[in-house]
Design a protein around this ligand. Structure first.
Ligand code: 14H
Length: 258
């Protein structure tokens, strides 16, 4: 039950993939790896926990620039019954997005940079006490060997990053929407609890996914600091709950894909 996009992705990730000659590629490459490193760092000094529900923990690091909130969020979660590939793939592939992204009004693919990189324009619902937001961003999925355990399960990462400049296919409709700037990264790794001598197929009871999600939002335009923080305090946990339960439901009756 693989879609063409998923097949292209799994084929490309088994080959040494060619480096796309797209002008965005150097940025996509560099920022994705930077964000991966950032997501893998622990939450030490400077981080404050603001929500915990079982294995789901959300931390923030506050920062203000000229009175505007530029906080960074870091969330960690452990989800039973799904794999790192399944989580990352559902986060990346556009066909799943409306199933879990509750703040979305419109999603448009501006350009397919490669099988594993897409440029999007999204219009978000007005969830905040301010004008409606839109965003233009690239999204990139890739598999990376775990440097601490090269023979173990690989790490799947999806990085989303707003374009710093306007894009001709999605001009900034100032007055209608306020353009928001986001960087988000999700890092997923499967933990397999199956006995190595057991030759049966891998079952859902034997997989767990470790997730780390980081996000940095610049709401664009002026929003009072307290309002921004009130919105994300509510929206980030909502997103994580909705996204994880969506992936569990989506994969439930399908074979395990690692
Ligand atoms: O990561 C999330 N969503 C993806 C897929 O839709 C897109 C996101 C993105 C959007 C725009 C540009 C780049 C990247 O990665 C889930 C996002 C959850 C959002 C929680 C709400 C944050 C609210 C911030 C407060 C703003 C106040 C005006």
């Amino acid at each position: 039950s693989q879609t063409d996009d998923e097949r292209a992705l799994s084929d490309s990730s088994t080959e040494a993939s060619a480096v796309p000659s797209h002008p965005l590629w150097p940025d996509i490459e560099r920022i994705t790896l930077e964000q991966l490193t950032f997501a893998q760092q622990g939450v030490g000094e400077g981080w404050e926990i603001f929500e915990q529900d079982g294995e789901m923990k959300l931390y923030k690091r506050e920062k203000e620039v000229n009175g505007l909130v530029q906080d960074t969020l870091k969330a960690v979660h452990v989800v039973k019954g799904v794999t790192g590939f399944e989580m990352a793939n559902c986060f990346f592939q556009p066909e799943y997005r409306f199933g879990w992204e509750t703040t979305l009004e419109e999603m448009k693919i501006i350009e397919k940079v490669s099988d594993d990189a897409i440029l999007f324009h999204q219009i978000h619902k007005r969830v905040w006490p301010a004008s409606q937001r839109d965003a233009v961003f690239w999204s990139h999925i890739r598999q990376i060997p775990d440097s601490e355990n090269p023979d173990g399960e690989p790490i799947w990462v999806v990085c989303n990053k707003s374009l710093a400049k306007d894009h001709p296919a999605a001009p900034d409709k100032k007055g209608k929407y306020t353009r928001a700037f986001l960087t988000a990264v999700i890092v997923c790794q499967t933990i397999i609890t199956k006995h190595p001598n057991d030759e049966d197929e891998l079952s859902r009871a034997e997989v767990t996914c470790k997730i780390s999600y980081c996000s940095h939002v610049d709401p664009g335009g002026w929003v009072p600091a307290a309002a921004t923080r009130a919105v994300y305090k509510r929206e980030y946990p909502k997103f994580l709950r909705k996204f994880t339960s969506y992936v569990i439901d989506e994969c439930q009756d399908k074979p395990v894909r690692t």
